[in-house]
Design a protein around this ligand. Sequence first.
Ligand code: NAI
Length: 329
Amino acid sequence: MKIAFYNTKQYDQEYFDKANQKSGHEIHYLSCHLNKETASLVQDAKVVCAFINDTLDADVLTTLKDKGVELIALRSAGFNHVDLPSAKRLNLPVVRVPAYSPYSIAEHAVGLLLCLNRGIHRAFNRTREGDFSISNLMGFDLHNKTIGVIGTGKIGQAFVKIMNGFGCEILAYDPFPSDDCTKLGARYVSLEEIYTQANVVSLHCPLTPETHHLINEAALEKMQDGVSIINTSRGKLVDSKAMIHALKKGKVGLIGLDVYEEEETLFFEDLSARGIQDDVLARLTSFPNVIITSHQGFFTHEAMLNIAETTIANINQFELDGSIQNNVT
Ligand code: NAI
């Protein structure tokens, strides 16, 4: 099938070309994001492959449908960027990669926490400058600390397993508790209890109307002084301005973010020559106890392999008999 592949980076092409070797789909790699201006570049492709920072709103979906597109193949697990009611109305199926490597994101969350806690990012800079002092780099043992995990699906559980290995007490919140997670050592409690008791809060739930700005001023106020917050899920789970306020007051000790509220136009691009235009992001990056990575939690060899292979398998299935696997509903 002919596939219009938007938002291509060199690494995407490398992994998708390999995964497509047997299937032989005709992939047209486009470097631009998918949006209202670029939707018409789809030409006569039957499938559009899109990423998390592409726009798939009603206008774009209508243009794609009018151009003869029959399938939207997301190369991501998250789908909050797709107007699903419009896709349904247009009879345009949307498929995704539901699980590619929960370990990649869980391990990144742990990496952020360890780096922040022990000041590794600061030590890296110091020693390169010949500064071998350790003042202000004191961390805390994770052993015996209380970790609050919000969202205990695939990634949340992988995170619980790792933190259990550190000897932490793990409190979990999820509207759909899992026995498997309890067996991994977590204890389900209310959100309130997580806020009041956890030394570290790590977010692993999806972005929905209920979870939008879940971590806001009121939630932060309830938390332990010096709490560490890790968000590898979606930027809008956190109110960034409330976070800055809490950092300035010293209420929050450490913040590790792999996602940011307004990341769509920033992340995955090299904007170093023009400086950060987003004042909230610029303020966040100015704190020594904040680390921001640009949505790279998924970016491991194993995850990329799975993403490419599952996306091609989703397209193969559709080509074979028109059936939809890994449908987003
Ligand atoms: P999953 O679907 O396996 O688990 C999500 C869990 O969140 C489910 O157990 C669900 O019941 C729970 N949940 C739903 N509403 C909730 C609420 N209001 N409060 C607390 N929990 C709630 O998803 P998975 O694979 O574990 O992914 C989790 C999130 O990680 C995704 O939604 C996505 O936003 C993010 N993600 C980030 C990546 C990165 O590169 N940084 C890559 C992939 C996913």
